[in-house]
Design a protein around this ligand. Sequence first.
Ligand SMILES: Nc1ncnc2c1ncn2[C@@H]1O[C@H](COP(=O)(O)OP(=O)(O)OP(=O)(O)O)[C@@H](O)[C@H]1O
Length: 553
Amino acid sequence: MEACRNNESSSDSAQQQFALLDMLIPGFSLFVTTVQSSFAIDLRLYIPILLIIGSSAWIWSHVWEYIKDGFDKYLMSSMYIRTDDEVFNIVMGWVAQQNFSRDSHRFIPNTNINSRSWMLWDNVGDDDEEDGESDSEEGFAHKDRKKNSSELKYTPSYGTSFFTYHGHLLLFIRTEDSNRGTNLSASEREIIQISCFGRNPAVLKDLLLEARQLYLSKDQSKTIIYRGTGSKPNDSPSWKRCVARFSRPFSTILLNEEIKQRVIDDVADYIDPNTRRWYANRGIPYRRGYLFYGPPGTGKSSLSFALAGFFQLPIYIISLSSPVATEENVSTLFGQLPRRCIVLLEDIDSAGVTHNRVAQDGQSSDSSSTGSERLSLSGLLNVLDGVASQEGRVLIMTTNHLEKLDSALVRPGRVDLMVEFSLADEEVAASIFRAIYTPYEGEVLLGTNSQGASPRAMTEDEKAVAKRSQVIADIKDMAMDFAAKIPQGEFSPAEIQGLLLQHKRDPLAAIQGVDPWIKRTREERAKRRAREAEKLKEEGEKKEGEVDGKIEL
Ligand SMILES: Nc1ncnc2c1ncn2[C@@H]1O[C@H](COP(=O)(O)OP(=O)(O)OP(=O)(O)O)[C@@H](O)[C@H]1O
C-alpha cells in the first residue's frame, strides 16, 4: 500500500517534471517515452544530470562573456571599422590580400571589396559612367576593369580570425549587427573590428597606414570621382565615391591644341604652392573658376576628367539639374570638400539658377519661398563666394546654354577662363575615326585593302610591322573619306563616336553607314524638337489658364 502510494507520488512528480520540461523543450516527454520503449533506457534518471550540465553551461557562458568583456576593455586595443566610411574599403582591400583571408576555411567571396560602392552604384559598374570611350588606351582599361570587377576576392566570414602582423598576434572580428535595420544590405550591417593584445594600439595604426598606402597605390593611375548625394528625404548630403576611372590622357580630347594647352597651363599655375602664397600676400581670394560651354556631347566633362587625372586631383561632381542640387545640399556639400580637388558643377543653366537676380529678389523665387528647395542664382553665388570656395580648389562649371547665364555668374572672379566646345568639324570627325580604328600594339589587326607585297621573304615580325603600317595608312585615308561625308558643325563628337561604335570592327561599314545615319539622326531630332515644342505649348497654356483663373477670382 505504502509502496503503491510512493509510486503514485513519484509518478506525479515525474509528470510535473515532464510538464515543465515540455514547456522548455517542446516534445521532450514524447522523446523520452520513445527512447524508453525502443531502447529500454529511462532518460528520467538523467534529468538532474542534464539540468546540472545545462545550468553550468548557461552560467559559464555569462561568466565567459564577462571575462571576455573585461579582457577586451582592459587588456586589448581595438579599432572598429565603420562600413559607411571609406576606411572600410581601405581595410578590406588589405585584408583580402592577406594569407589568413586566402587560407580561411570559412570565407565570404566578393567580386568587389567596396561595400559602399555596392550600395551606391546600384549594380552599375565603373564603365557605365561614360558611354563608349573612343581611345584604345581606354579600351584596354575598360577590359581591365571588367576583368578586375569579376576577379574573386576572399575575406574571412563572420567570427574571429587570428593572424600575425609585424610579429604581433591580431584578431580580425567580423560580426553582423542585426539591430541595424532590415532595409540595410548585409554588408552595411557588418561590424569589423581588428584587435591586438596590450593597451598600445601602435601596431593597429601601422596596419591602417599600410592598408591606406596599398589603397592609394592602386588608384595612382586613376581618377577618383565623387558625386554629391542627398536627394532622398532624411538623407543627409554627402560625397559618395562612385568611380575610380583610369585617367584619360589629354591627347584623347579633341579640342584646339592651343586652347587645351592654355587651360592646362592655367590650372598648373593656379595649383602651384607659390601661387597660393602670392594670393595670400595680396589678400586676394584664392580661387579660380572655369566655364566650359557648348552643345551636349562635345567634351566638356571629358576635359574636366582629363584635368583631374593629369593633376592627380579627385573630382567632385554636382549636377545642378539633379534633385540633389537644393540650396541647403549644395552649401553643405561645398563645406565638406577637401582642400585639393576639382569641383565640377554641371548644367549651371538649370532652372533656379537662370532666373535672374532681380526677378528673384522681387518676387521671391521658388527657392527663397521654400527655404531648402532648388538652388537659386543668389544661392549659387553665395556658395561660390563663400569661404568654402576660397581654399584653392579648381572650380569647373559646365553649361549647354551660355546665353541663359546671368552676367553676375560669369563675371571675372567667378569665371576666370571660358572655353568653348563645338560640334564636330571635318578635322574632328577624322580624328575620332582614326582614334577608333587605328590599331594599337598587341591588337589583332583587322582586314583592310592592304596586300603587304614584299620583294623578299619577310620574317613574321617584319610582316606584322609592315601590315600594321599599311593598316594605319589605310585608316588615315578612310578617315578622310568618312569626315568628308559628315556635315560640318551639325553633329557632336559623342554622336559621331556613337555611330562608329556601331561598327567598331568594320571601318568600311561605318563609312557606308554615314548617309542613312545622318538621315535617321535628323529625323529623330526633328521628332524630339516637335515633342519639346508640344510640351512647351502645353505648359504655356496651363500657365495662362492659371493666370486667367486668378484674375477671375
Ligand atoms: N572633344 C571631344 N574629344 C574627345 N571625345 C569627346 C569629345 N566630345 C565628346 N567626346 C566623347 O563623347 C562622350 C561624351 O562627352 P562628354 O561627356 O565629355 O560631353 P559633354 O560636353 O560633357 O556633354 P554634356 O554637356 O551632355 O554633359 C565621351 O565618351 C567622349 O569620349
